[in-house]
Design a protein around this ligand. Structure first.
Ligand code: CAA
Length: 256
């Protein structure tokens, strides 16, 4: 059985499901490879407009597979070059929605933070417990978390290794929405379907502008926004979206 299952939900929505239930979806090499390959392929698959990434009821992912690195030397870690597997996810140009039930810890929390929207079940738990293993996060767990929740909250999680629940994660801004556990996947799929109906150009530019802009000085980020905004006036979908509004009908976006 594959460590990563793919389901086509139609209407431009693809579901990726982490599938190592016996190891709480810990990220081993095959899982990392499968994720990287899937995201690289979906990036250019025009039938896919939004991706939902999920795990099991007990765990989204309980982190890097500790067995993979327990005996590793620095050179072995360098040769493993785990960073290359993250790149396809970090650079994925279409929206990713993480549907999180259960544990999202260490690399699992980092994986969730790669998503653009995080829908969490009430029982979900988030944390960066690397400090308990004598290491630290290595895939954005210090930097993405810092930018999402601020240094005082990030350092509380990073220095203690303790977990927080979904409600706290929501109040901190780590999570987009909290729903009852059994509604996590339907909520994420429903949202993905709504996003997939919009103009792919508008959606891609919104994602890119937010992700690039957050690390720029405000003036440069606003220039980036203005350029992207102006460029969308060169699309069929802009004409269609505005015409449909004025004619009081539903728009039909083609991605052109
Ligand atoms: N790596 C490898 N195996 C893991 C794992 C991990 N990160 N997390 C869980 N598992 C395995 C357990 O070893 C166990 O396997 P066996 O049944 O063969 O013993 C199985 O999953 C079930 O786990 P538990 O019995 O521990 O389940 P639990 O409900 O008692 O506890 C838990 C759940 C609190 C999440 C606990 O499993 C845990 O603390 N896991 C480790 C979390 C962690 O430290 N993550 C960070 C890893 S380092 C990292 O992520 C850094 C990086 O990116 C570079």
């Amino acid at each position: 059985m594959s460590v990563l299952l793919q389901e086509d939900h139609g209407n431009g929505v693809r579901l990726l499901r982490l599938n190592r239930p016996d190891a709480l979806n810990a990220l081993n090499l095959p899982m990392r490879q499968a994720l990287a390959e899937a995201f690289a392929a979906l990036a250019t698959d025009t039938s896919v407009r939004c991706v939902v990434l999920t795990g099991s009821a007990k765990a989204f992912a309980a982190g890097a597979d500790v067995k993979l690195m327990a005996q590793a030397s620095p050179m072995e870690m360098q040769r493993l070059n785990l960073h290359r597997y993250w790149r396809a996810i970090a650079e994925f140009p279409k929206p990713i929605i993480a549907a999180v039930n259960g544990f999202a810890l260490g690399g699992g929390c980092e994986l969730a933070m790669h998503a653009d929207v995080i829908i969490a079940g009430e029982g979900a738990k988030f944390g960066q417990p690397e400090v308990k293993l004598g290491i630290m996060p290595g895939a954005g767990g210090t930097q993405r978390l810092l930018r999402l929740v601020g240094s005082k909250r990030a350092l509380r999680l990073l220095l203690t290794g303790e977990m927080i629940g979904a409600q706290e994660a929501y109040l901190w801004g780590l999570v987009s929405q909290v729903v009852p556990d059994e509604e996590v996947l339907p909520t994420a799929l429903g949202m993905a379907e709504r996003i997939a109906r919009f103009s792919t150009n508008a959606v891609a530019h919104i994602k890119e502008t937010v992700l690039l802009g957050q690390d720029m000085p405000l003036d440069a980020a606003l220039t980036l926004e203005r350029r992207a905004f102006n460029m969308l006036f060169d699309t069929h979908d802009q004409r269609e979206g505005m015409a449909a509004f004025l004619e009081n009908r539903k728009p039909s976006f083609t991605g052109e």
